[in-house]
Design a protein around this ligand. Sequence first.
Ligand code: SF4
Length: 233
Amino acid sequence: MKQPTVIDNVETYACATRILQAGAPWFLNLGTKQSSGTKLVCVSGDCPRPGVYEVPFGITVNALLDLIGVNDAGYVQMSGPSGEAIAPKDFGRTIAYEDLSTGGSTMIFNQSRDVLDIALQFADFFVDESCGWCAPCRVGTQLLKRELEKIVAGRATLGDIRAIDFSCANRRAHEPLRPRTDRPQPILTTLKNFPESYEARLRPELFVPAVDLQIALRDAVSVQGREPVAQRG
Ligand code: SF4
């Protein structure tokens, strides 16, 4: 009672037990110079053997995928929606504090998955998660989702991509609270590591309005039995 402690999770308890059993030198010998020991990773998604794995720090994403029997990964999301979207070109990177720092969540998506659809689901998740207390978070998550929806719908231009990139980077740079700074992360990291997925959806025009009037009025027009906007003279 009333004693401070540095133990705050089961993973720490497990590591402490192994250190007491096998000694600190044994533990320090595992992992990398800056990330000693092992890490628990919780693997889910498109993989034949999902579950919790204990791996040495310094393991590459490729080695982890081999361990869990995945040979068609097209995208790995490290550390949940707030983490980093990793493309196949970066599967040689290592799980370690000095490289891919992770809380443990590892989501695997195979090559048939649509990267933007995944990013949109993460953006939607952050809308749900916002408790609505702070305006930048409450409104910002909605704006990010709408910006991404425009891209996914194939109605965005290069100008929209630049605007969303600037807007996300700006939010990360100026919002001091950790929960809020994580909101643009799915868009920022997919934009950085999967630019081709975004470019494939772009329109050649310089500007496309944010609102598609036909879609916005479709339900009302249908209820009133009127002709669609574009067909009226
Ligand atoms: S930053 Fe945190 S407290 Fe503020 S609205 Fe978002 S979830 Fe709520």
